[in-house]
Design a protein around this ligand. Structure first.
Ligand SMILES: [Zn+2]
Length: 604
């Protein structure tokens, strides 16, 4: 019988967190970062004359940039390996003291690299077009073309180098201090559930309990705990959003950038696309609402906010999987697309690139990541045999496949934005969901799978958009002044009402405090990229039949371009469609609607 390993083998990088080679590599990195700083220093002076640089100076500057680029690439590869190794250890054992000590050191080194290269990066944005056209012809620098040109779209938002460094420096203890305060609060806050005091993560898990009282107790416990911190979290949200508005104002001497345009730039999509996505989703909000109602009907209740993670009713003949059976099912589903994808999945397990064995002290959640050199992907999750575990594993294997098909490409062409990051994962998940559905024989088993579709529909089509609406209202309100906790509650209630309408019996007015996403200091509007990724991936999946045999070739080519194109160009080039138009999104929503129809049919 097939036996697969369920734990990582990272031993060819380092033996463990006490490996003396880690300290040696960190010391070498410090030396190399100092050398990189030396290469980049002259650019602080070149900036003043960047716009008037003459062709006679091109060769010398390009040679300097090539040197800096090669140094930075080397540093980031070795730092990437160290980071992945240390975080892998912490995922499996959050109490590993040496790994815990290395983590901040590595974060610090990362911050230093961005600081020493600021002058160069500002130069590349400010310099004239002729220079960039000459630069990207250089074989070593060609890989930077997309990212440089993309950053240059916000050329008019740039501050002086001194100010750029000041903003970055102050943000560490200013802006990011607020984000850290939230993380600290969420990690230490206790809540009472059924007379028992517990941390928020544990209480959060109870929201998926089959016992409704338990869910309700947990939800009320979590919200009462946040209620005691309401003014503190309000201060955090006001500080973060106030900071961003002030920074935008400082950068906007020539043109005030709208916060959504700024977010779209980060996401590498156009504002027209975001608007089309949100408008179509709102127009068809009844799909998510119907999913909620169908689930309520099965559970025989009108859903409340504490029922949003309720599991499907228990099934006597529930399908349970060994890790090996799950891998085989996934590999076979992947083979429907191409044999390589299935072989790749099996190889991940055989080589010890997946860590899924339930062990004490491991982190919750699942993620895909990987080493930088060689570019070997890694998956972390906890596998206990449920159907949801199988789907999670398929999701993470989809991510891994995405990086695998790009493994021969230059490093800077492999960095994709958040909007495109979920393309391959949800695609992989969808392939496996179809295979699971084919394997399910009884209506109860089928309902179990349709339930997962329903959960996705209501999360992506209602919950995520409600966060988006709330955040928009929050930024608008913050422009006018400080927003008190009472007002935040009211805004959250209204945002939920706008999307859920009467499909829920009440709304989660403390969601602005309990949801981490609003307090992430490094970026705003963290929510819609998930909706985008979900519908984008389904939209591409929907083309599978149409293209038949040639589809896989097309899909791989599309994945390979995710790091060097905007989403609009990507779809135009590979599928000849325009994602600025509602039609593209309607096609994806049709797929979701069919799944909801099925849930409704199974639920009666
Ligand atoms: Zn994912």
């Amino acid at each position: 019988m097939l036996q697969l390993r369920q734990t990582w083998d990272n031993s060819h990088f380092y033996t463990n967190s006490d490996d003396p080679r880690i300290a040696a590599d960190v010391d070498q990195l410090k030396v190399d970062i100092a050398a990189l700083a030396k290469t980049c220093t002259p650019f602080a002076e070149y900036i003043d004359t960047a716009e008037t640089i003459t062709p006679e100076q091109f060769d010398e500057r390009i040679a300097q940039i090539r040197a800096a680029h090669l140094q930075r690439t080397e540093i980031s590869k070795r730092m990437g390996n160290l980071r992945t190794f240390i975080s892998s250890i912490l995922s499996v054992n959050s109490q590993d003291t040496s790994a815990k000590a290395w983590k901040p050191t590595l974060q610090q080194l990362g911050a230093e690299v961005s600081q020493v290269t600021t002058a160069l990066d500002v130069f590349l944005v400010r310099v004239n077009d002729d220079f960039i056209n000459a630069l990207i012809v250089d074989p070593a620098l060609e890989e930077l073309e997309f990212s440089i040109r993309h950053r240059r779209k916000l050329k008019d938002q740039l501050l002086t180098v001194g100010k750029e460094q000041l903003v970055t420096g102050l943000a560490v203890n200013g802006l990011h201090g607020w984000g850290n305060l939230y993380t600290e609060l969420a990690g230490t806050l206790k809540c009472m559930v059924d007379g028992e005091s517990m941390g928020l993560a544990k209480a959060f898990n109870l929201l998926s309990s089959p016992d409704r009282n338990r869910r309700s107790e947990a939800w009320h416990g979590i919200n009462s705990a946040w209620e005691t911190q309401a003014e503190t979290v309000a201060a955090i949200l006001n500080a973060i959003n106030g900071w961003r508005l002030q920074e935008t104002k400082q950068r906007g001497q020539q043109r005030i950038l709208h916060y959504l345009d700024e977010s779209c730039h980060q996401s590498r999509i156009e504002r027209e696309t975001l608007d089309a996505l949100m408008d179509v989703t709102y127009e068809r909000r009844s799909i998510g609402q119907r999913a909620l109602q169908a689930m309520g009907k099965v559970l025989d209740l009108t859903l409340e906010p504490w029922d949003l993670f309720a599991p499907a009713p228990a099934v006597d003949d529930d399908i349970s999987f060994s890790f090996e059976a799950a891998m085989e099912l996934i590999a076979n589903a992947f083979r429907q697309l191409t044999p390589e994808m299935g072989d790749f999945a099996m190889m991940m397990a055989e080589k010890g690139w997946i860590d899924a064995e339930p062990t004490p002290n491991r982190s919750t959640g699942a993620y895909g990541g990987g080493f930088s050199e060689p570019r070997d992907p890694r998956i972390f999750m906890t596998f206990e045999g449920t159907m949801n575990n199988v789907l999670t594993l398929a999701h993470e294997l989809g991510h891994a496949w995405h990086s695998w098909v790009m493994r021969d490409m230059p490093r800077y062409k492999t960095f994709y934005s958040m909007t495109l990051a979920e393309t391959a994962s949800i695609f992989g998940e969808t392939l496996v969901r179809d295979a699971l559905l084919a394997k399910a024989h009884t209506p109860a088993q089928k309902l179990n799978i349709a339930w997962a579709d329903g959960m996705a529909a209501m999360t992506f089509l209602l919950n995520i958009p409600a966060r988006y609406t709330f955040e928009q209202r929050l930024v608008e309100a913050r422009k006018q002044g400080y927003v008190i906790a009472g007002k935040l509650k009211e805004m959250m209630r209204n945002s939920w009402q706008y999307w859920y309408e009467d499909s829920l019996a009440s709304y989660d007015e403390m969601f602005w405090a309990s949801k981490l996403h609003f307090s992430i200091s490094s970026l705003g509007f963290y929510n819609y990229p998930y909706l985008f990724g979900y519908l984008f991936s389904l939209g591409i999946y929907a083309q599978k039949e149409k293209y038949g045999e040639t589809f896989n070739h097309l899909y791989t080519a599309l994945l390979r371009d995710t790091g060097s194109m905007t989403a609009e160009d990507l779809v135009q080039r590979h599928l000849q469609q325009d994602i600025r138009q509602p039609e593209f999104w309607h096609a994806s929503l049709d797929v979701v609607e069919r799944a909801v129809n099925q849930l409704e049919a199974l639920g009666t």
